[in-house]
Design a binder for this molecule. Structure first.
Ligand code: THU
Length: 191
């Protein structure tokens, strides 16, 4: 893999020292400090990355399931609690309804702050509430934010939090279907 990458960038960067295991490159800068390389090379590199990306996209991801009555009901709960959001700065209110394996439903809304990073998303607020109540096993979450007809995908941090507590098949219920967690977070970090 490392060797292949080296081949890919050879011709784009000027090698400083080259040996089989360790090749260092310096940027090809012209006298004014601008990056200088014929466009052909740039296109070749771009094409290689595009091909890699396409191959990745072909890998099978778990299917998104259609909404059923139960998931629609949970979405309605997420929609109802959304009114309690404190979204003073973005104006974008989000509601989340998280079902624990105990059957209890925990609610969450986004709570923003004048110090922006201190805000929390609706999904994590729901997880905080559930875990504080002693729950650690979950059956599903419904999320509702913005336009009701458009799925409000959970942000990356919330996906990572879900991955901490939930299985890859954990149903994430959005406006247009039920997404298995693994389809939203295929390579979650774990320790
Ligand atoms: N937000 C959520 O609560 N959940 C999401 O999945 C995405 C974003 C909130 C965070 C912030 O308060 C507002 O939406 C705009 O980003």
């Amino acid at each position: 893999m490392a060797k292949k990458m080296t081949d890919l960038i050879r011709g784009f960067f000027d090698p400083i020292e080259e040996d089989d295991d360790n090749t260092e490159f310096k940027l090809p800068l012209d006298d004014s400090g601008k990056l200088h390389r014929p466009m052909g090379t740039v296109r070749r590199v771009q094409h290689s990355f595009k091909t890699m990306k396409n191959r990745r996209n072909e890998a099978a991801l778990p299917a998104v399931l259609p909404l059923d009555d139960e998931s629609r009901a949970l979405l309605e709960i997420a929609k109802a609690v959304r009114d309690k959001a404190y979204a003073k700065y973005s104006g974008f209110s989000v509601g989340a309804a998280l079902v624990a394996e105990s059957g209890q439903v925990y609610l969450g809304v986004n709570i923003e702050n004048a110090s922006y990073p201190a805000g929390i998303c609706a999904e994590r607020a729901a997880f905080c509430s559930a875990i504080s109540a002693g729950e650690q096993h979950f059956s599903a979450i419904a999320i509702c934010g913005g336009d009701d007809r458009v799925p409000c995908y959970p942000c990356g941090i919330c996906r990572q939090v879900m991955a901490e507590f939930c299985t890859p098949s954990f149903p994430v219920i959005l406006a247009d279907g039920v997404y298995p967690l693994a389809s939203l977070m295929p390579h979650a970090f774990s320790m």
